[in-house]
Design a protein around this ligand. Structure first.
Ligand code: CAA
Length: 387
């Protein structure tokens, strides 16, 4: 029995900043952001979008196609949690009207959370082939105004339906993992923004990639030529570009050619959304599937990296007819609908979103009809409403 990804839902908030505007405001050469970092835009979440509401909105993209009574597991991977105790997935479970029998919880290991959830979901479905699992990655990357990491912020969510006999990507057996207790990027409990040792984090990411990729090839007895494409956790697209160069090094021209072209396709959405931490790898997968021309059966490699740090490499096979399960027009529209913010507007929204809302004062959202949003707290209990 094959188990893997049967649906992919995507949501990003309705506002963005253009990187040329940001570079000008920060007295940087725009080419540093556009080429050196590899980002063109970044989505911005206002106070009414958080990990929960974005996760609901991403799942709405395919919810109509799901037999809700068959969903036995709901996992939220996030490092933008809304509560220190209660799982954000419980708010999501209510909004999606999932059955009470669903097992649900939140996972945290920086940007590795969704991969951890996906592996648990795969094993769950192997044991319960008539059930499905929803795994959501939902995050807001915030480093702070005028910080070194500001250009690598973003906001959004990806939701995956994991099923037996999947219609998008069947996950192959085997993986390689590598972990080490290090301090490249973290967010202490008293901080709404992340702390990072930027240059060290880049070096560690590449080190973890080289280790897990080499290990995976050894385990599977494969070479890079086996892969039609490799998708990466993309905190910014240049990071994955560097890892992809390592994967292609010394390979025949035709292997280099397809790995390089497919990397460009896989970075398309991330270049415009920015870092969405746990969901970045899976946004890149969606981008690859919608922007590249891939043969059914093609092997896709996936490199997951979560600071702190945890790396994992695994792969999947594209299922014949996968294109019919995608929504390329709706996903492109998700980006096109966003309103461009001036830098002063972005700074105001950024600062506002860091504040705790005043209890018992309802927040209004400017999202379109049908989307969910965070409406503030009532007697300190978070409220989620649908427009
Ligand atoms: N034209 C073109 N390129 C230019 C340029 C110009 N005018 N000016 C500079 N560049 C290039 C530089 O040469 C450099 O390229 P290389 O990486 O190839 O050397 C690139 O632009 C970036 O320049 P700097 O390193 O000087 O940039 P910086 O000091 O401002 O920091 C950063 C960049 C470290 C990524 C910072 O934005 C940051 O800390 N971001 C957050 C941390 C992060 O994302 N780390 C990634 C690994 S950790 C992870 O993956 C987990 C996660 O999600 C956070």
């Amino acid at each position: 029995m094959q188990v893997g990804i049967d649906e992919i839902g995507f949501y990003t908030p309705n506002k963005y900043v253009d990187m040329v505007d940001l570079a000008n405001a920060r007295n940087e050469d725009p080419n540093k952001y556009l080429e050196g970092i590899g980002q063109s835009q970044m989505s911005v979440a206002d106070q009414t979008q958080d990990a929960v509401s974005m996760g609901i909105n991403a799942t709405l993209g395919y919810l109509d196609h799901v037999d809700l009574n068959q969903v036995g597991l709901l996992i939220l991977g996030t490092e933008s949690g809304v509560d220190q105790s209660k799982s954000g997935s419980l708010f999501i479970k209510s909004a999606l009207k999932l059955p009470a029998a669903v097992r649900t919880f939140e996972i945290k290991e920086a940007c590795f959370g969704v991969t951890a959830g996906l592996m648990l979901a795969r094993d769950y479905v192997r044991l319960h082939p008539h059930h499905s699992a929803i795994v959501i990655g939902s995050d807001i990357a915030r480093y702070g105004l005028n910080s070194g990491g500001e250009v690598t912020q973003g906001a959004g969510s990806i939701s995956l339906l994991i099923k037996a006999e999947p219609r998008i990507l069947a996950i192959n057996n085997g993986h390689s993992a590598y972990s080490a207790d290090i301090n490249d990027f973290w967010r202490p409990n008293n901080s709404a923004t992340a702390l990072v040792d930027g240059k060290y984090s880049k070096a560690v990411y590449l080190d973890f990639f080289e280790r897990t990729f080499a290990d995976y090839q050894r385990i599977k007895k494969w070479s890079p030529a086996q892969f039609e494409a490799i998708v990466y956790h993309l905190p910014f697209t240049k990071m994955g570009f560097k890892a992809n160069n390592l994967a292609m090094a010394g390979q025949p021209a035709e292997v280099e050619h397809h790995l390089a072209n497919n990397f460009t396709a896989s970075a398309w959405f991330n270049r415009q959304v920015g870092n969405i931490y746990t969901a970045s790898l899976y946004l890149s997968l969606l981008s690859l599937l919608e922007k590249a021309d891939l043969a059914p059966g093609a092997t896709i490699g996936l490199f997951s990296y979560g600071s702190g740090a945890m790396g994992e490499f695994y792969s999947g096979q594209l299922v014949s007819g996968y294109q019919q399960k995608l929504r390329p027009i709706a996903d492109e529209q998700m980006l096109m609908r966003r309103q461009k913010l001036s830098i002063p507007q972005y700074e105001t929204i950024f600062n506002e979103a860091l504040k705790q809302p005043i209890d018992n004062v309802e927040l209004a959202s400017d999202e379109a009809a049908g989307y969910w949003y965070f409406a503030g707290t009532k007697n300190e209990v978070r409220q989620y409403h649908q427009k």
